[in-house]
Ligand binder design. Sequence first.
Ligand code: ATP
Length: 327
Amino acid sequence: MGTEVVVEGLTKSFGKQNVWQDVSLTLPAGEVSVMLGPSGTGKTVFLKSLIGLLKPERGRVLIDGVDMVNSPERDIYETRKLFGLMFQDGALFGSMSLFDNIAFPLREHTRKKETEIRRVVMERMEMVGLLGAEGKLPGEISGGMRKRAGLARALVLDPQIILCDEPDSGLDPVRTAYLSQLLIDLNAQIDATMLIVTHNLDIAATVPDNMGMLFRRNLVTFGPREVLLTSDEPVVAQFLSGRREGPIGMSEEKDAATLAREQRTSTSHAPRVLAPQLEPSPGLPPRAAVLRRRERVLAMLPHLPEPARDAILRSYAPAGTAGGAVS
Ligand SMILES: Nc1ncnc2c1ncn2[C@@H]1O[C@H](COP(=O)(O)OP(=O)(O)OP(=O)(O)O)[C@@H](O)[C@H]1O
């Protein structure tokens, strides 16, 4: 099972520029979480802080008792081996075949024999649907295939925590839908804790168990997907509906006068309807995280806003009933 990641009071600045402050959240073990936020709100900085590549000036990131901010470098280095990372462009070496790219972490960090390396690489390539493309160079394949190769490489060391930074960037809607399914299928197969940073609303609506959003140097919210998806917080509602009216501006956050003017002139928008979360593809095992999450979320119910509570109860209601009762 994946490992829980506990973030407590994290604050990061570059010189005088504060990126975000006092961020606290827990990525539940084996569950899939998504972090949303307008461009430049520090989502990538957050991912890098989780693996100890950037050092926040305050707070802790606890993984199996190791603090990725303050523990000795030796411990941080060891704990980093629990992570699989998928960056925006796949970060593949252009002169190496896909096979060698995916084998790279195994050759760098393990003493496995070539026969064993071949077995692992082929297994991961099969998982992401790349069998047959072993000999291709990254420049010879499509963007979607490069993403999947990046994902396969992130998987070879059997990570317990997978971080994906904008896995959909540059993909068309159909390929993004396949990628969403792939992320859920992977979670069903390896039960790793996953955090996905994305702007993509379809991924946000259908993939995660939990969602958070960074805005104005703060974590606006983090919790079960239903909380964010039913939130009437202006910044969340604007982001999820892709509207211009709201606190998020083109280049910077809007001033109060502009916001007030928009509120006077804006038309009302229909309430959001929640899309169902994706299920693993036929033939795959059910996601082990689903049962754990159900217990966790039901215990939280009394503390959640009403729309989120209703949405959770509906999602757990037996098929064919109107919801409200949980067996
Ligand atoms: N190494 C660095 N040194 C100085 N400033 C940095 C560094 N890395 C990031 N920043 C700044 O931190 C802020 C947040 O950047 P980050 O890339 O995390 O945003 P983001 O939310 O991932 O954006 P996007 O959605 O556009 O990818 C930006 O203002 C960026 O310029």
